[in-house]
Design a protein around this ligand. Sequence first.
Ligand code: PMP
Length: 443
Amino acid sequence: TSSNLHGYAPICLGLEDFYIRRLYLRIQDCFGRPICSAPDAWFDVVERYSNDNNKTLKRTTKISRCLNLGSYNYLGFAAADEYCTPRVVETLNKYSPSTCSSRVDGGTTLLHNELEECVANFVRKPAAIVFGMGYVTNSAILPVLMGKGSLIISDSLNHNSIVNGARGSGATIRVFQHNTPSHLEEVLREQIAEGQPRTHRPWKKIVVIVEGIYSMEGELCKLPEIVAICKQYKAYTYLDEAHSIGAVGKTGRGVCELLGVDTADVDIMMGTFTKSFGSCGGYIAGSKELIKYLKYTCPAHLYATSISPPAAQQIISSIKVILGEDGSNRGAQKLAQIRENSNFFRSELQKMGFEVIGDNDSPVMPIMLYNPAKIPAFSRECLKQNVAVVTVAFPATPLLLARARICISASHSREDLIKALQVISKVGDLVGIKYFPAEPQKQ
Ligand code: PMP
């Protein structure tokens, strides 16, 4: 499965020791030395398949083949695809896996320009710049945009790449309560004397950073309210769509499309290609001036090797499929499928008595375990029955808010989902995590 480490997040794929070991490693003796050393194998090694829509993975030890409920492969593009794969192979043959050059020193091919144009059109912004890694996109861009004398107001549950980028920028950072527009407004009011013209504010600029779908909460951003507040207080908005771009919205264009927000009202749109597009890398989309500025100044653009050409081709091709430009309606089907799968799975879990947080339409659905001691049993028992789930606990979540985080894909069949529900229900009874009475079954 893919993992979203949120800094030090212990994420277990049936690897119960992992969680415990990480905690041990943080305990130090009176001289500040860790009391135990790093074990040899922290992470489970898995074998993945691309010929079955990547919905299964195989652990190289113990268990044979598992249904993968932890991958961010939202649209099923991280797999052999009749449109994308031949084009990716062709690109590999033409360009090789890497340009071995930075963007400004021979690493910009026609494909890179096509990718940036394609992304800008897809997210409905005038221009875009792409990077080889999603994490780096946040952590390298924020220090270029922000600095001493600027203010970053960040959602309390923003991803670690945002936190690191914000810290590295040297800007002042204030945090607002997760997805709470009223608290954002309170923080902004504290920072700005209301009614003052923009030039009288104590800050050179203010940026409010939020995510489209929160990866540990499965929650949609309250974007319309947040955008309205940012407009009122003349703060810039920065939206990380890692989990929402391609996954939600009528044509896959993310939370703006889903929630009816005009993309012109979001100043900086960020996203990654590692989820819905089955590739790697990240993007920033915005005004032509912003993107030009980043292209001239961002060290990760100037000094890092450009995105791998086959990865770039995968993104272009998957966007074409999503938009129906491949001449089929597979894109629309995938979008309808992920929505249907997500809403079916969420409502079935709720009917069984689980506490599932997050919003409808979100493919991310955390099942609350609460007690961290339940993590090993839950993931191990699911895995014994060949269902791989990711569990998350402290410090990625507060200590007593441990959860299993299910990620649904358009490539899961109804049969897969029913099998997974049966296993999760049994394990839920065993571990004792059904907190509500189950709905009576219809005869
Ligand atoms: N932003 C968010 C919200 C994420 O969840 C992630 C990772 N899952 C990233 C950025 C980093 O993206 P990548 O894994 O593509 O480097």
